[in-house]
Structures are given as structure tokens and as C-alpha cells.
Ligand binder design. Structure first.
Ligand SMILES: Cc1cc2nc3c(=O)[nH]c(=O)nc-3n(C[C@H](O)[C@H](O)[C@H](O)COP(=O)(O)OP(=O)(O)OC[C@H]3O[C@@H](n4cnc5c(N)ncnc54)[C@H](O)[C@@H]3O)c2cc1C
Length: 565
């Protein structure tokens, strides 16, 4: 397959719920939360380290019914698609990432059922989530098995009667499980004689206990607890899919989708913090004028962060649309999901950090909430695969693509972007193309010098790939906005001219990063003469493309503050 930005589907809202239903769901969520969870209650719950189980159940039950968006219509849900889920997750995270995590946990917990269960199992469990609003938890991580799930130690021993397996006895411990202390049902990954397998376990099973909630840095409104399994019996019909050994494959199959959800948490958390900083900067006067009128402040603490967040959004939205178009089967878009997660969560984390700085001393206190958001959004670079695991996942896959296509993968991407530039010269596509060309040259230097044997080089390539592909995705999104072909359920906060400026700023950053950081690591790892590499990176062109950067940043700032005039 060629580079991912080539194959975006025609936007359609025919998959999932219609645009109006989605808007209504988001509106109901905000109305519900305005009543039930004002800032003062959030701060109190965060301070007291309490998960508001009543709220979680109301949100995932009859009162609000958020779970319905995740469940297919045949099981009583609304059959939301990936784009619907991203839009909802972003809004949830804008409110509180801890609450969002509780909702996510039911979705994650039921994932192995979605992808691997028998028809009877799906009918039983997915219907119960839709109709009864039962909460799920996803039990994969163990004290010794985090990023490397293959190291899991929990065992499921078959129990036979008259020569037939009637059930399993599960023993082990699960660590850091969201909803661990409050869920009604759990999917548990355990080692069977046939290999790792998922089981559904109900609360109250004999031998199953949960630890007290963890005292966490952030997402303190989310219950996170260890699970203890001491010879717990589960009937054979609770072995997901009825066949042993499918567990790790099933866990992999859904990453493209679930990582988009966490990516949307990074996006929502980052924007929530940044919007607070934007509002604050219009009222805080220093040296005679509001902070919002100080270019050095806005161009350091606001504009670069919103640009990075919007690059994350472009990747999320594009990947979501491709999943909805049917491209994501068997984990085919896992790398795109990883890029989206990496870009959006790192951007969200950096934006929240900048939002504290933007508030000065007030940002360092609890009252202004940005301090809480910063602690909350931090988790998004850790769970559902850490940023380093994302870098590795992205780099390994794209390295293979580079080899398989004899180096054409990113040259093709650059060609497509040059085509886009011909049609839409203002969206930064030519600069994004420079990032693609530089990446192709770097990957080739790594191949010739066998440099990816250095894990550091491989992981840094993962970062550079994410920037280059993010730039391509954002340029395409800006072009779609200019042509009036954005996804019908797309976020429309920024108009076409603003998106074009945002895209140009990100493309400049991406190209510079790819060429200069890439050159640094390749030269740093190599012992050969690499004098031919620098010219093939087109550094002069990339430097020349920085012209107009400040004017674009001024235009973006002006768009952001327009609402306050
Ligand atoms: C609040 C919270 C909620 C969670 N909810 C759930 C849940 O509901 N269900 C669930 O199953 N799990 C859950 N987790 C677990 C989460 O997914 C893991 O914490 C995460 O995958 C990382 O695993 P680890 O903590 O064991 O860290 P480790 O894997 O030990 O990683 C430690 C550090 O080493 C790096 N690292 C790891 N491997 C490599 C490598 N090969 N090369 C280079 N660097 C590497 C990592 O990036 C990280 O920086 C949750 C965790 C938290 C904190």
C-alpha cells in the first residue's frame, strides 16, 4: 500500500449516526454535565480522589445513554462509527478525562467481544451493555506485563468433566484497571494451554477481589484498581470466541480504533486547557494591555499548541473516516491510529503545560483548573500504548513500507502532496512534500548504514514519520475545507483560510524537524561518510519555506481572538 494520505475516502455521514443525532448527543452531554458536574464539583472530587460512580452509571445508562453510541444497532445500540466516537470522546475529554476514561473502559472492556466473540456471546454481552448499562473493565495489564503484554502470567486452567472442558480456573493479578473497582463485568486476558485468551468474568465470582483505588497523579475521577484472581471459576461459554489462543490477536485488532479514542482525549484535554488560557489572556492586563495582545506570549503559549492539536485532529478525523469506509479490518489502520494518538496526546500534554504558564501564578493553583487538566491529560501519553511504544509501532511499520517499495513510500507521498499543491497552493502541501522527501532520504540512509539497529534511531524516525504524515493529513484537511468537502461531521471551528494558515505553520515545523532532527540522529549513529545526505534533504528549500511564518501565526492568533472582540 502507498502512503496513507493518498487514500482518504469520500466523506460521508452514512456510516454511524447522522450529523444531527451526533450534535444532539453532544448537546445532551454538555447539558447533563453543566447540571451534574460544575467546575466546583470537579475540583472537589479531584481533591477528595473520588470516582462519581453515580454519574458514570447515569452517563452509561438510561439517563444519558452514551453507551448506545458504541453498540451496533442489532444489539440495541445506535451503531456509531469511528468519526462519531472521536467527536464524542473529544467532548467527554473537554469535560473531564477521568469520566471519559470510565466510559472508555466499558468500550475497551467489550472490545474483545466485538472483535472475537461468538454470535451468542455478542448478543448476550453487547445487549446487556446497551439495555442495562452495565459497566465493563478491560483487564490486560499486569504488574510485570505492561507494554509487553506477551509477558502476562495470569493463567486459565481448563477444567474437564467426562473428557469435555466445562470451564477454566483463573489465577493471577491485573494492574491499573480502569473501572476495576466498580465494573459489573470484566474481560480478562489469561494464559491457556492454547495461548493467551480473553474471558468474561462477572463481579461477585468466588475468588475474585479488587484492590482499593490507586492514588493517582491525575484522572482522579476515574476508578483505577488492581484485580486479584484466586482460582476463579469461569464457565467455558465465557471463553471469548470459544477458541483458545486468540487473545493477543484480538487485542491488536482494535488498536486502530481504540487509540483514536485516546487520541481524541488528548485533543479534548489540550483544547480545554488552551481555551481557558485564551479566555484568561483577554482579561489579564499586564504593562497596560491584555496578554492576548502580546505577540511573544500568544506565539509561544497559544498558537503553536493549537497548530499541533489541529494536526492531531486531522489525523484522527482522516483515520476515523477511513475506518468508517471499511479500511480498518484486521488492524489495517493501526499505524494511522498510532500516529493520531502520538500527535494528539503529545500535543494535548504540551498544550496543557503551556496553559499553566499562560495563567502565570494563577495557573499553578487549583482554582483555574488548568493544573488539573494538565495532570489528567498526562495519562493519554501512557495508556493504550505509551508514546515510546507508538514511536516504535509507527517506525517499524513504515520502515517495512520503505523497504517493500524500494524507497518509494514517502517519495510517493511527496508526489501526491505536490499534486495537492497544484490544486490548492495555499494549504502548505508543498512544504509537507519537502518533509516527505526528506524522510525518504533519511530512511534510505538508515537502510544503507543499517542504522535502525540503534533503537533510538528507530524511535526518532517514528516521531518524524508522525510529523510528516500529520503535515500531509492537515494539508489535505485544509484543502477539503477550501473545496467545501470536509467530512459532514467534521469539527468546523476554523474556516478554510484559518485552516490553511494552521496547515502551513505545521508543515514548516514538520519539514524542519524531519530534515534537521533526522540529519542529527543519522549522523550521530553513522560511522560512514554521509556528505551526500544533507543536499538530498533540501534543507535550503525547507529554510526558504519558513518565510511568512510570523504572518501566518499573526493570522491564526487574530482568528482565535476574533470571538472576544
Ligand atoms: C490510570 C491508568 C489506567 C489504566 N487503565 C488500564 C485498563 O483499563 N486496562 C489495562 O489493561 N491497562 C490499563 N492501564 C495500563 C496501561 O496501559 C499501562 O500502564 C501502559 O501500557 C504501560 O505499561 P507499564 O505501566 O507496565 O509501563 P512499562 O511497559 O514498564 O513502560 C515503562 C516505560 O518504558 C517504556 N518502554 C516500555 N517498553 C519499551 C521498549 N520495548 N522500548 C523502549 N521503551 C519502552 C515505556 O514507554 C515507558 O516510558 C492503565 C494505566 C494507568 C496508569
Amino acid at each position: 500500500m502507498s502512503a496513507s494520505v493518498q487514500t482518504a475516502p469520500a466523506p460521508s455521514d452514512s456510516v454511524g449516526v447522522d450529523a444531527e443525532t451526533l450534535s444532539l448527543a453532544i448537546e445532551s452531554l454538555h447539558d447533563f454535565v453543566a447540571k451534574q458536574l460544575p467546575d466546583s464539583r470537579q475540583l472537589e472530587l479531584d481533591h477528595e480522589d473520588v470516582c462519581p460512580e453515580d454519574l458514570v452509571r447515569a452517563m452509561c445508562g438510561e439517563e444519558l445513554g452514551l453507551q448506545l453510541l458504541f453498540i451496533p444497532e442489532q444489539y440495541g445500540g445506535m451503531g456509531g462509527g469511528a468519526v462519531d466516537v472521536y467527536r464524542l470522546c473529544e467532548q467527554l475529554a473537554r469535560i473531564d478525562i477521568g469520566l471519559a476514561t470510565s466510559v472508555l473502559a466499558t468500550f475497551l472492556g467489550s472490545d474483545p467481544i466485538f472483535v472475537g466473540a461468538t454470535a451468542e456471546q455478542k448478543a448476550k454481552w453487547l445487549t446487556r451493555i446497551a439495555e442495562e448499562g452495565i459497566l465493563f473493565a478491560y483487564g490486560a495489564t499486569e504488574p510485570e506485563a505492561g507494554s509487553d503484554l506477551g509477558a502476562l502470567r495470569t493463567t486459565a486452567t481448563p477444567m474437564a468433566e467426562d473428557g469435555a472442558v466445562v470451564g477454566y480456573r483463573i489465577s493471577g493479578r491485573k494492574q491499573w484497571i480502569s473501572n476495576g473497582g466498580i465494573a459489573d463485568a470484566y474481560t480478562i486476558l489469561a494464559r491457556t494451554p492454547g495461548g493467551p485468551s480473553w474471558f468474561v468474568l462477572e463481579r461477585g465470582a468466588e475468588g475474585f477481589t479488587t484492590a482499593k483505588p490507586e492514588d493517582k497523579h491525575g484522572i482522579r475521577l476515574s476508578n483505577t484498581a488492581a484485580l486479584y484472581l484466586d482460582d476463579v471459576f469461569v464457565p467455558v461459554e465465557n471463553l471469548v470466541g470459544g477458541v483458545e489462543g486468540q487473545g493477543l490477536v484480538q487485542a491488536q485488532q482494535v488498536f486502530g480504533y481504540t487509540r483514536l479514542m485516546v487520541a481524541a482525549f488528548g485533543l479534548g484535554g489540550g483544547w480545554s486547557a488552551l481555551d481557558r488560557a485564551i479566555g484568561y489572556s483577554t482579561t489579564r492586563v499586564q504593562a497596560g494591555t491584555p496578554l492576548s495582545q502580546k505577540q511573544g506570549y500568544v506565539h509561544k503559549l497559544i498558537v503553536p499548541h493549537l497548530v499541533r492539536l489541529e494536526a492531531g485532529r486531522a489525523m484522527i478525523e482522516e483515520t476515523g473516516a477511513r475506518i468508517d469506509a471499511g479500511e480498518g479490518a484486521d488492524g489495517a489502520l493501526n499505524t494511522e491510529g498510532a500516529i493520531a494518538k502520538y500527535l494528539a496526546t503529545e500535543a494535548g500534554n504540551a498544550a496543557a503545560e503551556a496553559a499553566i504558564q499562560a495563567h502565570g501564578g494563577y495557573g499553578y493553583t487549583r482554582e483555574f483548573l488548568v493544573e488539573k487538566i494538565k495532570r489528567d491529560v498526562r495519562i493519554t501519553t501512557i495508556y493504550e500504548g505509551t508514546s515510546e511504544i507508538m514511536e516504535m509501532t509507527i517506525a517499524r511499520d513504515r520502515w517495512q513500507q520503505h523497504l517493500k517499495t524500494s524507497g518509494r513510500y514517502y517519495r510517493d507521498l511527496a508526489l501526491q502532496l505536490r499534486g495537492l499543491h497544484a490544486a490548492q497552493p495555499d494549504v502548505g502541501a508543498a512544504t509537507a512534500a519537502l518533509a516527505g522527501e526528506a524522510l525518504a532520504a533519511l530512511l534510505e540512509a538508515c537502510r544503507v548504514g543499517r542504522l535502525t539497529r540503534n533503537q533510538h534511531v528507530l524511535l526518532r524516525l517514528g516521531e518524524l514519520v508522525a510529523y510528516a504524515e500529520g503535515a500531509g493529513s492537515l494539508a489535505k484537511r485544509a484543502a477539503a475545507a477550501a473545496e467545501g468537502t470536509l467530512h459532514p461531521k467534521a469539527d468546523t471551528r476554523f474556516g478554510p483560510a484559518e485552516l490553511a494558515a494552521i496547515s502551513r505553520v505545521f508543515a514548516r515545523d514538520a519539514a524542519l524537524r524531519v530534515a534537521e532532527d533526522g540529519l542529527r540522529w543519522v549522523r550521530g549513529a553513522s560511522t560512514s561518510d554521509l556528505s551526500g545526505l544533507a543536499p538530498s534533504l533540501h534543507l535550503d528549500e525547507i529554510h526558504a519555506a519558513q518565510a511568512g511564518l510570523l504572518a501566518d501565526m499573526d493570522a491564526i492568533a487574530s482568528a482565535v481572538y476574533q470571538a472576544f472582540r
